[in-house]
Design a protein around this ligand. Structure first.
Ligand code: GAR
Length: 188
């Protein structure tokens, strides 16, 4: 059995989509959800799905010992960031080399970096009059949004699209592709 930990800071719609995708899988399981935000919607979703979820402070994420303990407890093979807004600290990167992946809601290297998350990204895409946007699934390294790309998918951006409309198109790509990319990584 391969065990996934999902890290999420917000609503957690990707976390839920991934968990549902693997619900009947005998070899891959979403075992635990970690967040930096006790009020994040992802906890209610985890509760409904019957997946344990925990909140850790920013300091605990930086220091990493309590996180590493929790990940060991659940025998985690892959850490999936799904809307996680904290930087991943060095001890975590060292403990899980090549085993931490993120989804970014745009076509990196465009519209990435510090402060570029959620709606900020879609607003930047519309402001730049991009003709397309999409998703980038990538490995995590010590810099924001700079690890090696694993997968990209694109969607058109119409001149009349609002940031919310772009967000909806990008979410659809996330729901379609993220679980499949995770499955592929864990069955290589
Ligand atoms: C997702 O669109 C994800 O790509 C984005 O946050 C959203 C979380 O939505 N991540 C980033 O912006 C990371 N830089 P969700 O909580 O409903 O899954």
């Amino acid at each position: 059995m391969k065990n996934i930990a999902i890290l999420a800071s917000g609503s957690g719609s990707n976390a839920e989509n991934i968990a549902r995708y693997f619900a009947d899988n005998k070899n891959i399981n979403v075992s635990v959800i970690l967040s930096n935000n006790p009020r994040a919607g992802v906890h209610a979703r985890a509760n409904t799905l019957g997946i344990p979820s925990f909140t850790f402070t920013r300091e605990e994420f930086v220091e990493a010992t309590p996180i590493l303990k929790k990940l060991a407890e659940y025998h985690i093979d892959l850490i999936v960031l799904a809307g996680f807004m904290n930087k991943i600290s060095e001890p975590l990167l060292k403990a899980f080399p090549g085993k931490i992946i993120n989804i970014h809601p745009a076509l990196l290297p465009k519209h990435g970096g510090k402060g570029m998350y959620g709606m900020h990204v879609h607003e930047a895409v519309v402001a730049a009059k991009e003709k397309e946007s999409g998703i980038t699934i990538h490995y995590i390294n010590e810099n924001y949004d700079e690890g090696a790309t694993i997968f990209q998918a694109t969607c058109p951006v119409e001149p009349t699209d609002t940031p919310e409309e772009v967000a909806n198109k990008v979410h659809a790509l996330e729901y379609l592709h993220f679980p499949k990319v995770i499955e592929k990584l864990l069955t290589l």
